[in-house]
Design a protein around this ligand. Sequence first.
Ligand SMILES: [Zn+2]
Length: 344
Amino acid sequence: MRFVDEVAQISAAQRRRAITDEIMDAIRVLSGPELAGVQRAAAVLTVGGGMSTAGSSGERLGPARDVVDRSEGRSFVGRTACRVCDSEMGDFGNGIVLGDVDVRYGRCAGCGLVAALDPDWLDRAYTEEINALDVGRLRRCLMMSDIVAFVLRGMGGQDVRCLDWAGGYGVLTRLLRDRGYDFHHHEPLAPNVFAKGVTASPDDGRYGLITAIEVLEHLVDPANELAAVAASTDLLLATTEPIPSPTPKPDEWWYYSPDTGQHVTFYTHQSLQQLGRKLGYRVLCGSFVHLFYRGKLPATARLAVTSPRLATLLGASIAPLDRRYGRTEADTAELGRRLRGALP
Ligand SMILES: [Zn+2]
């Protein structure tokens, strides 16, 4: 039985106890006298019960960012098979994106995935004007940098080689490098503004962690587009908003994002499980953070899924400690050398 299903079946009191255990496991991973303050803060939260730790269904990341792999060259025109489980897609109604584009949505009879069946407007959806609608980008990156830093604390910290896949302007990569983490940036479609000198791709060796923040809903053909990622890491941390139940119609849910026209694929937890299976992963689904993994899952990673708000708080608490070993100055020096032509 999946962890989320187990959690749903136990009582609130049991759930609190289970999550407290999760927290304490995660805290045990955080070692060293410098983190005593963090441990005390977490203990207060745990004992006092002043903070809800049972998921964060009210958490909202804001509208999706501008970054995606548009899967150029692939077309789903006329296709009626589900993009993750290959079951039949039934008609789910029509919507309008970008103010004047009619969209036909389908819903999978097998896993519940909802998808725009003929996304042929995407070139228009990725203009700068549309991208500017995502005012929540920086807030989201700050929060995710705390969550990711917390996850990495449980698995080797600043020595873990990481990649932010489809990372937009490079904000998350820069924030995490400023905290000392060995993050690299990948993005074929948007200009690299903040992560110059540290670009990489899934094909450049193995990664201890790859992140895909608000990307899955942009993918036209998720299994194929994630294949290279799945081949290069055993831990993929992805965020996307799961479809509520009952499934909202195209004009009933903000996450369809009609103003941007960039969201084309929407997942149930079952869809995410199916997608993971295709990629050779087990999947731990949460309210918006999901982990695709092989092998043992670090306690900090599990907490990021079950209690992302607490993971954010704990991650923020260790930021001053992280920054003692930040890579900002080293990266600046390296870019300076490149600029002067000292390096190829
Ligand atoms: Zn399906």
